[in-house]
Every structure is written in C-alpha cells, then in structure tokens.
Design a protein around this ligand. Structure first.
Ligand code: A3P
Length: 325
C-alpha cells in the first residue's frame, strides 16, 4: 500500500558527529542512516587527498560538482550527476555507506586513483578526517525555498505535504530539515577551517551567480590542482540554462547509473505549487515571493537568537544580509 503523505517528513535523526557523546540532532535524508555513518567510521579507508563537496542541501551542490566534472574531464556521457551512482565523479558517500551494497562499494573505492571526490550533506563531525572540503554556501532563505520544493516535489522520498509556511516554521526553523540547523551546520565547518582542522574552500552561491562562476572555477581549479582549463567554456557549459537544458533533454543519473526523469520538470513552481525540478529556477532573492511579513519577523528573531553562537556565519554573510535589512 502506498505510504500516506503527512506533516512529518520521512527523515532520520542521528548523532551529529562520530564522537560517542554527540547529541542526536542531525537530520538526514531517509536513505542515510546511523548504521551507514558507522560504516564510514569503522570501514571506510579514507585518504588525505580525499575531496568532499560537502554542502547544506540546496545550496548549489550539483552546480559545483558539474564544474568539477569539467575541470577534470569526467563529465558523464549523458545526464546530470546527483551523486547517487558509483559511475559518477562525486559519489554521495553517506548514501552509499547506508545502502545494502556498501561493502562492495567500499572495495571499489579502495581501488580508485587519488584524489577521490565525494558528495556529502553530513555535518563536519561526520566526515572522516583528514579530508579536503569544498563547500558552496547560499543565503538561508533562498536555500529554504529551494528545500521546500525539494521536500514537497520529491514526494516518493520524504512523504511530506506541508505548506511553505508549515515547512518554514515547523521544519526549517525547528532545525528539522536535512542538514539540521542551517547556522550550526555552517558554523561548525567555518570554525573547523579557522582552527586548521580541515582544509576547506568556501564558495558563495550568490558570488557564483554574479560572474557565472568564473572566479569559483579558478578557485576550484587551484584547490584541486588543475592547471590547464578554459574557464569561459566551463562557465558556459555549467550555467543555469545549459544545466536546465541538459536536465530536460537527458535527465539525471539514478542509483543504477541509468538516466531518469524523476527530478526533471520545466515548472519552477511557486509558494502554492511545489516543483520537482532539481535544476529548478536558480535565482538569488526569490524568498521575497515566499515569506509573509510575519514569517520575516519570525526569521529575524531566529537570526538574533543564533547570531552569538554562530559568529563565523555572521561574518561570512553580514548581519544585515542575514536579517534581510
Ligand atoms: P532552486 O531550487 O532555487 O532553483 P543542490 O544542487 O545543492 O541541491 O541545489 C539545488 C539548487 O541549485 C536549485 O535551486 C537549483 O536550481 C540550483 N542550481 C543548479 N544548477 C545551477 C546552476 N548551474 N546555476 C545556478 N543555480 C543552479
């Protein structure tokens, strides 16, 4: 029987780091489990050279991965990567580790040349160190708008049918979306980087939009050690229109490495109509079309609560930008 939709999205809540005393307050997609993270901790043989595109979901992960694929000439023959299958450049390690075939996937990973690339939405405490981190960070309100479309549009995954308003107050601001609290997630990465615990490159989605990712392409190339590339060409091949067209024409790679149209739609949706498109609208500041005045007040109160415990996030964005003044 088909599972019913509800106001409680199907997700897992797991300890937020490998530390045995870590609080259990980190939310993950339903296919990522505590057992999977235990597999990473106990059985995944990491290397100093491993590189993770580690992002809060809906922040520009797929875009960043697509640029990397071009930089190292590993663009899939067809379709857009989502990290679901072993044939992609950036396998979603946490997902693979939580799947039935994790042992055979781990042995394949052992045979791969360095540097290996992975996708992850795990907190920094759930990424086996040492590892090098690439993180694309997006304004939280646009991230939440994209997240609502994601969680509603992909109903077969999350079985959630809340309105935008329900999602905003009861899921996103209640720290229950995938990735947990947006502030804490980023603060932990930024602090770890400042303390020299991780080698990280932070990119801002909004900056990438400003120059069609040209400067991000140069930074990514330097970070991964690629010297020969054509930034203009990569920028064009990975801009929103090109990726949208590719998604519409070819679809996305699924767990078996096949092309699927499950994440494809021409519709961008609005606050009453969720869209399942993974490459959906790709703009900055669309949150103004979603938040009511009351929700904006709720948001500002939330920022004021988080700002003292998350100073690095405030530095990165500026308080005014976060408060949407
Ligand atoms: P929207 O839903 O706001 O359109 P992620 O890959 O982390 O899941 O992020 C998905 C978001 O990035 C979606 O945002 C998607 O449209 C946007 N995106 C994907 N490719 C993009 C590109 N080439 N340029 C700009 N935005 C892109």
């Amino acid at each position: 029987m088909e599972k019913e939709l509800s106001l409680i999205p199907q997700m897992n809540c797991i300890p937020r780091s490998f530390d045995a005393n870590a609080p259990e307050n980190f939310y993950t997609a339903p296919f990522i489990t505590k057992n999977g993270m235990d597999n990473v901790l106990n059985h995944f043989v990491n290397r100093d050279s491993d590189i993770y595109v580690a992002t809060y979901p809906k922040s520009g992960t797929t875009w960043t991965i697509s640029i990397l694929e071009h930089l190292i000439n590993k663009v899939p023959q067809k379709g857009i990567s989502t990290g679901a299958s072993n044939i992609e450049l950036c396998l979603w390690l946490d997902r693979a580790a939580s799947g039935e075939n994790w042992r055979s996937t781990f042995s394949e990973l052992d045979k791969m040349e360095s540097p290996r690339f992975f996708k992850s939405h795990a907190s920094v405490g759930l990424i086996k160190q040492p590892a090098r981190i690439i993180q694309c960070i997006r304004h939280p309100l646009d991230t939440f708008v994209s997240a609502w479309h994601h969680i509603r549009g992909k109903k077969y995954l999350f079985y959630y049918n809340g309105s935008w308003s329900h999602f905003f107050s009861e899921i996103a601001l209640s720290e229950k979306y995938e990735g947990g609290d947006w502030f804490d997630y980023h603060e932990e990465f930024l602090q770890a980087s400042e303390a020299g615990k991780i080698d990280a490159l932070f990119l801002r989605y909004e900056d990438m939009k400003k120059d069609n990712a040209i400067s991000a392409i140069h930074k990514l190339a330097e970070f991964i050690g690629v010297e020969s590339y054509n930034a203009e060409e990569i920028s064009r091949a990975t801009d929103f229109q090109s990726m949208k067209q590719k998604s519409m024409a070819e679809g996305h790679l699924d767990t078996e490495g096949n092309l699927s149209d499950v994440l494809v739609s021409r519709e961008v949706g609005d606050k009453n109509n969720p869209s399942k498109a993974h490459i959906r609208k790709g703009v900055v500041g669309d949150w103004v079309n979603y938040l009511s005045d009351d929700e904006l007040t709720m948001w500002r109160n939330y920022v004021n609560i988080k700002k003292d415990s998350c100073p690095h996030v405030v530095d990165l964005f500026s308080l005014d930008n976060l408060l949407c003044n």
